[in-house]
Design a protein around this ligand. Structure first.
Ligand SMILES: NC(=O)c1ccc[n+]([C@@H]2O[C@H](COP(=O)([O-])OP(=O)(O)OC[C@H]3O[C@@H](n4cnc5c(N)ncnc54)[C@H](OP(=O)(O)O)[C@@H]3O)[C@@H](O)[C@H]2O)c1
Length: 365
């Protein structure tokens, strides 16, 4: 679960670095976008001279070429996850990355210096990717398909791994099943449509008017415009699994109602971080477990379905399949706009105010 990983990472963050120094790549400090205090886009600072920590044995130092902006980046900048991140301010945010290997830890044998890679950090990782030199574990990276640019590659991993974890880790989807994706127009939803189609499922998705064509092109059998149609009457029959990327009461109600008995309803809007932020880790995490168990019991009793909060998690098997599918052109997340890293404030503002409807990527010079 989210919080177990958070605790483990806090322990790891305190551990002494064990192996190859980042100095092997000639970098002891570098440029990074930091969040010195929580707030709006204006708090973001592009700083020089930010330390590059030593690598642990399984770490890889990546020279960033492109990082995509995820909703989590905006939320972390505003203080979401403060129970974990406040003690480590100033914080480097960012989860996704595409770039080149600059140095490797002593136990890394699967990557070579200069190799083009892409991947994503775990949601609770302390040092993010908005930096010239990011550090990821070897399990969080894979080689970048040569058919994708760094900008295109950076848009994929965090969203696709979130969808992978829900569909393959939680729902264990299989060929022939019917899957409903609520919010198929967003990055996670679009990745979910493509992953479910690749697994041989028949997929329906809800999305806004402008995303209908994109969702159908991704392989969905049916795309329901949630702004124009009544979703519940537009979807026909029962589904084996529902992934709800929106997770508001209305979408939850619909998702639960269209599931067959025993099927999993998965929302991306779990309450663990919000409760930990409000009450502290010691009280908030057990409270979150209690809330989840109550919901699970309630829905099992009332509808006979499985209710889950699902979270992105690093998964090397999933990442390799994501690499294979994206290299074959079967998994894409369109990039709407790019900004140079120096314009990170403008990029966050564009995402936050929804001035740009789709994926935004930051490029490094
Ligand atoms: N739990 C986790 O580990 C985890 C991981 C990743 C993301 N998330 C969360 O999941 C959500 C989606 O992330 P993302 O990266 O996919 O964001 P995104 O790319 O910004 O997509 C959000 C999309 O949601 C769609 N939408 C909004 N209201 C809707 C509704 N009522 N019905 C259907 N679609 C609706 C919009 O699509 P249209 O343009 O089609 O309207 C919008 O583009 C965010 O809240 C994010 O914080 C959680």
């Amino acid at each position: 679960m989210w919080w177990r990983a958070a605790r483990a990472r806090r322990r790891i963050a305190g551990a002494r670095a064990a192996s190859t120094s980042a100095a092997a790549a000639g970098e002891k400090s570098c440029r990074a976008v930091v969040v010195p205090r929580f707030g709006g886009p204006e708090v973001l600072e592009v700083r020089q001279g930010v330390p590059v920590p030593d690598l642990k044995p399984g770490d890889v130092l990546v020279r960033a070429r492109a990082v995509s902006i995820n909703p989590l980046d905006l939320r972390m900048r505003s203080g979401y996850g403060r129970s974990i991140f406040e003690p480590v301010l100033p914080l480097i945010i960012g989860r996704d990355i595409s770039g080149e290997v600059a140095a490797t830890g002593t136990s890394v044998s699967s990557f070579t210096i200069g190799q083009e890679v892409f991947g994503a950090l775990h949601p609770t990782a302390i040092r993010g990717t908005y930096t010239d030199y990011a550090i990821l574990s070897q399990d969080e990276l894979t080689s970048k398909p040569s058919t994708l640019s760094h900008v295109e590659a950076s848009a994929i991993p965090f969203a696709a791994l979130t969808a992978w974890r829900a569909l393959h880790g939680t729902a264990r989807i299989s060929e022939g099943q019917r899957v409903l994706v609520i919010g198929g127009g967003g990055a996670v939803g679009l990745a979910a449509v493509q992953l479910a189609v690749a697994a041989g499922c028949s997929v329906s998705a809800t999305c806004g008017t402008k995303s209908i064509e994109q969702v159908l092109a991704a392989g969905a059998e049916k795309a329901i415009d949630y702004t124009a149609e009544d979703t519940e009457s537009a979807v026909k029959g029962k589904f084996d699994a529902v992934l709800d990327t929106i997770g508001v009461p209305e979408t939850e109600r619909i998702g639960i109602n269209v599931l067959r008995k025993g099927g999993p309803y998965m929302t991306l809007q779990g309450k663990a971080a919000a409760l930990a932020d409000r009450y502290g880790l010691a009280v908030g995490l057990p409270a979150a477990t209690a809330v989840l168990l109550k919901k699970q019991m309630q829905y099992r009793y009332s509808h006979g379905i499985d209710y889950w909060w699902t979270y992105m998690r690093a998964d090397s098997e999933g990442l390799h399949e994501i690499q294979r599918l994206s290299g074959a052109g079967k998994l894409q997340i369109p990039v709407e706009k790019t900004f140079p890293i120096s314009k990170v404030r403008e990029a966050h503002e564009a995402k936050e105010k929804r001035l740009v409807p789709g994926k935004v990527v930051l490029e490094f010079d």
